[in-house]
Design a protein around this ligand. Structure first.
Ligand code: S3P
Length: 442
């Protein structure tokens, strides 16, 4: 085994092999829920107090956007507690400058819905990755509601310029299941005249629905559809954010693929629209127990106990992937350490995430010695069974989830994995490498 001059845990970018993940840990707060808490708290009346908040870069972009619209938001660094002094449904003010959403698709798409209904002009932009991502999916249906939005490439790319208008409710069958799209329409819908009905081909994550109910909005759900009505007032409340299952997923797979693991991850959100990773890993033969289930702020929460597992290859369809949409990179790593072949299809959306995750994972796996073939809508991976991989140098493409997935692959490598662009982990999981160092058996 190669010895490294410096390893990742000293702040460099080399993830090292390990002999298991052991002990207990928690993961940072759920990214999706943290965004929504700031957004709804800002347009509610009175104080909203959020605990367990994720202080990741994406969520700080959301805080920055609402501060720019006149909302008082207190965040003491490393406290995971945010206090928002909401100004009510009509209390946002015109931002004096362009809103910078950084790397955050959720900030951009959800806020575009909200801004469409405000009585002022605003412009939203983001980093190079975000400026490439498709916005037409929200711009088109919002325009049908009466929104006035223009942007590069016929309104498909940031920067978007939004002139707020009086909106009217619509009934919309969305061509894709996307919580960002659904939520953008809901946030416009609570300002629109009449009812806004959104029907998805499959049910995407439902955190907006749940949280709007907590704040007192009139929201109805039925299978894959949701409807909202014009709302006069949301009432500020207390929100306890659970740990993010999408962050826990890296450690769940890391524990399964390394030799002598027993890891308890406490306080993880287990909303059924997010637990696809547990179902996929169980189908592959993974051992994960969901313990101590409870409910906090309208969201189910539990502890996850994970043990070393002999994984076998499987087929994963688009419907199975939807509740694990952000877990594609770490599912690829689980597949790499399985017996046999894994085929993931119906994952075309993954091409327009923070990076083209199909291409990025195919390239990264090839670099560390895992045979795979890219499909237009997925990937086929030949697992190494009980062997280890060689390791090597990979490019994260500035994508946090690619970086964290390959850090886990390094646990069962001969040479470790050098990750280019590893600081991207701060987007969703500040302290990721410290946590890994703490539970990794060396
Ligand atoms: C999110 C929805 C998903 C997910 C993203 C967060 C949300 O995106 O991939 O990380 O908070 O609504 P899509 O709606 O584009 O599938």
């Amino acid at each position: 085994m190669t010895t490294f001059k410096k390893d990742i845990f000293g702040g460099a970018i080399i993830a090292v092999p390990g002999r298991g993940l052991k002990g207990e840990m928690t993961v940072p707060g759920d990214k999706s829920i943290s965004h929504r808490a700031v957004m709804l708290g800002s347009i509610a009346s009175g104080i909203t107090e959020v605990t367990g908040f994720l202080e990741g870069e994406d969520n700080l972009s959301t805080i920055g956007a609402f501060r720019a619209m006149g909302i008082g938001i207190d965040l003491q660094k490393d406290s995971r507690r945010v206090v928002i002094r909401g100004n009510g449904m009509r209390g946002l003010t015109e931002p004096a400058d362009v809103i910078d959403a950084g790397n955050s698709g959720t900030t951009t798409r959800l806020i575009t819905g909200l801004l469409s209904a405000q009585p002022f002009f605003s412009v939203i932009t983001g980093d190079a990755s975000l400026r490439k991502r498709p916005m037409k999916r929200v711009v088109e249906p919002l325009s049908l509601m009466g929104a006035s939005i223009s942007g590069r490439n016929n309104g498909n790319n940031l920067p978007l310029a939004i002139s707020g208008r009086k909106l009217k409710g619509i009934t919309c069958k969305t061509p894709i299941a996307s919580a960002q799209l659904k939520s953008a329409l809901m946030l416009a819908g609570i300002y629109a005249e009449g009812e806004t009905v959104i029907e998805e081909p499959e049910k995407s994550r439902d955190h907006t629905e749940r949280m709007l109910c907590l704040f007192g909005a009139d929201v109805r759900t039925d299978k894959n559809s949701v409807s909202v009505r014009s709302t006069n007032e949301l009432i500020g409340c207390k929100i306890e954010v659970p740990g993010d299952i999408s962050s826990a997923a890296f450690f769940v797979v890391g524990a399964m693929i390394s030799p002598a693991s027993a890891l308890l991850i406490r306080g993880v959100g287990v909303n059924l629209t997010r637990t696809g990773i547990i179902d996929v890993l169980r189908k592959m033969g993974g051992t994960v127990e969901v313990q101590n289930e409870r409910v906090a702020s309208g969201e189910p929460v539990a502890d996850l106990l994970v043990k070393t597992s002999r994984l076998k290859g499987t087929e994963v369809s688009g419907a199975e992937l939807l509740p694990a949409i952000d877990e594609f990179p770490i599912i690829c790593v689980a597949a790499a350490f399985s017996e046999g072949t894994t085929r993931i299809t119906g994952a075309r959306e993954l091409r327009v995430k923070e990076s083209d995750r199909i291409a990025a994972m195919s390239e990264a796996l090839s670099r560390v010695g895992v045979r795979n073939a890219e499909l237009p809508d997925g990937i086929v991976i030949e697992g190494v069974g009980s062997a280890s991989i060689k390791g090597g140098k990979i490019e994260s493409h500035g994508d946090h989830r690619i970086a964290m997935s390959l850090a886990m692959a390094a646990l069962r490598s001969d040479e470790g994995v050098e990750i280019d662009g590893a600081s991207s982990v701060d987007v969703s999981f500040p302290g990721f490498f410290d946590q890994l160092k703490r539970v990794r058996v060396s």
